[in-house]
Design a protein around this ligand. Structure first.
Ligand SMILES: [Zn+2]
Length: 232
């Protein structure tokens, strides 16, 4: 924050007004197993249903239902035949950590279980507890994947880092997520007939006068007044 303050004091002041857990990785919650806060999936979903949102009250949810059904079926098929404990995206991230782990040297602390290590690279030292699945760099706690320091400690014990990834990142958890099936809805012709009166839309009354097209300027925000001191 001192560095930010030197570069731009307003930016520093702005960030002080917002809770650090909303913008700083060092304060993010360890619970979601993700160090990235975005609403991208919501944006993608919104842009996909943009055309459907303009449709009538029956057609709109029906088209959204068909879209969700197609997406779930496609994602369910995506990992058929995939071999590995964790899904491809976390696996590729773990591969990067494994590659960088050879820059770090693990030193066991000598505890009874043999889980605690001090990991060093030149003058930098971090501590890893394989039993609690934590590292002082917080990568493991935030992402559920062993960081490069943990990978160095696991290599020292001849263990596979994949076995230490959080269960939420496994192929089993992925498949469980897509167990849910969107139920099929037959079209109107096949709906069950009942003996009650059909519900009809309310009667439409057309006003006698021509519909207004012009904007009602009374509702607009006041226009900015010209600055009398402005130099022409
Ligand atoms: Zn670490």
């Amino acid at each position: 924050m001192d560095r930010v303050k030197r570069m731009n004091p307003h930016a520093c002041e702005y960030h002080r007004r917002i809770e650090p857990c909303q913008w700083s990785r060092s304060h993010f919650s360890k619970w979601p197993k993700s160090d990235n806060i975005t609403n991208n999936n919501v944006e993608v979903f919104n842009s996909c249903i943009k055309k459907m949102r303009k449709k009538s009250i029956i057609t709109m949810p029906e088209e959204i239902r068909c879209y969700i059904m197609r997406i779930l079926a496609r994602n369910k098929k995506a990992l058929v035949g995939y071999m590995g404990r964790i899904t491809p995206v976390p696996q590729s991230r773990l591969e990067v950590e494994k590659r960088y782990s050879n820059h770090w040297r693990p030193f066991p602390m000598g505890d009874l279980a043999g889980n605690i290590f001090e990991i060093q690279c030149l003058s930098i030292k971090v501590s890893v507890d394989l039993g609690k699945k934590i590292c002082s760099c917080r990568f493991w706690q935030l992402n559920g994947l062993p960081c490069r320091h943990a990978c160095a400690a696991l290599a020292y014990q001849n263990r596979r880092p994949e076995e230490y990834a959080n269960n939420w990142l496994t192929v089993g958890a992925y498949n469980k997520r897509y167990e849910f099936l969107v139920q099929l809805v037959p079209s109107k012709e096949f709906w069950e007939k009942h003996g009650y009166t059909n519900i009809l839309p309310p009667a439409y009354k057309r006003s006698g006068r021509r519909p207004t097209v012009k904007r009602n300027k009374m509702n607009d925000a006041p226009e900015p007044q010209p600055d009398p001191h402005r130099v022409k």
